[in-house]
Design a protein around this ligand. Structure first.
Ligand code: AVJ
Length: 319
């Protein structure tokens, strides 16, 4: 496979990224990893998506936390280490921190160092007695936890945002197994799950009439062009949001509007008229289907909190 003209001895990180994108474009259907959504513009576009009336997820989960965080905190009890996966601005976490009895420590885990340190600075000001141990890591891969976590009475993994749905079932099983190893015998996992619902609602949530989600999706190509020197013509792609019933998931795609060749890393990649590039999948569960899934990993649902319309659920899982 063509290499970016990196150093002769070892491929640069650009080489590695180019090879990963080329490998994704060799799949059937072609894929573009959703990690390319989140450059600065992509993060702003996602913040705008969260404000859209059609994108119910963020506001619904926040409402569940506002309504039930005291109950969740009572069940968690004092002296727990709270480990949050993909912590972002830690907005939802504040609902828990406001009610947790003397938490042992808070461990926000996020891949964005800037966002992580920014959130920690604000939290340290607002919760002066809270011990905060940030971990800059991609939680979808193995990551090291600070040693003092092991001395906490119990470990709680907080995994909000329905991000769990962005993993395939095989990846999700592997992730749950890794989380089980972290919480061990007496810990818990508090996880946000987007529930199955009317497909029309889902289609609107992932293909809003104003076109913000379309811009968010297509921006991934702009990000690749800028970072890796590719030449995707953004106007040659349409956004599409599809419901894949047998997988119980929404998929976001970019659809080629013509026969075209995209150049990347010295390679030409042919993309045919009408060909799809899959950029994200978002699995939707019923509580029963998720329960079955968790049981296979040795976890049971001990508590469930929903919004009144049952659009979304926050579930407490225990070994
Ligand atoms: C932030 C990954 C949970 O999958 O619903 C929003 C991203 N994609 N609109 C999701 C997203 C399209 C969102 N996650």
């Amino acid at each position: 496979m063509a290499k970016h003209p990196g150093t002769a001895s070892a491929p640069s990180s650009i080489d590695t990224l180019i090879d990963a994108v080329l490998a994704d474009l060799e799949k059937t259907p072609k894929e573009i990893s959703s990690v390319w959504f989140y450059d600065e513009l992509g993060s702003l576009l996602f913040d705008s998506i969260c404000e859209l009336p059609e994108y119910y997820i963020t506001r619904t989960e926040l409402q569940i936390m506002r309504t039930h965080a005291a109950d969740m905190a009572r069940i968690i009890g004092g002296g727990a280490a709270l480990i949050e996966l993909g912590s972002g601005t830690s907005l939802k976490t504040r609902q828990l921190l406001d009610h947790l009895q003397t938490p042992h420590t808070y461990v926000p885990v996020d891949v964005s160092r800037r966002q992580l340190l920014d959130a920690c600075r604000h939290l340290a000001h607002d919760y002066p007695r809270l011990r905060i141990t940030p971990v800059c890591a991609d939680f979808s891969r193995d990551f090291k936890l600070p040693s003092d976590i092991l001395s906490a009475r119990k470990r709680i993994i907080y995994f909000p945002g329905s991000t769990f749905g962005n993993f395939t079932h095989a990846q999700a099983r592997h992730l749950l197994a890794r989380l089980l190893a972290i919480i061990r015998a007496n810990g818990s996992i508090l996880i946000g799950i987007d529930l199955c619902k009317d497909i029309g609602i889902l289609k609107q949530a992932y293909d809003d009439p104003v076109g913000v989600t379309a811009k968010f999706n297509i921006n991934a190509l702009r990000h690749i062009n800028r970072e890796l020197g590719a030449d995707f013509e953004l106007k040659n792609f349409d956004h599409a949001a599809l419901w894949i019933d047998d997988q119980s998931r929404m998929e976001m795609h970019l659809v080629s509007k013509r026969d075209q060749i995209v150049h990347l890393g010295g390679r030409g990649v042919r993309i045919a008229y009408g060909e799809h590039l899959r950029t994200e999948y978002c699995h939707k569960y019923t509580q029963d289907s998720f329960e079955q899934f968790a049981l296979e990993t040795g976890l049971v649902i001990t508590h469930a909190w929903h919004d009144p319309a049952h659009l979304f659920a926050v579930l407490m899982l225990e070994p």
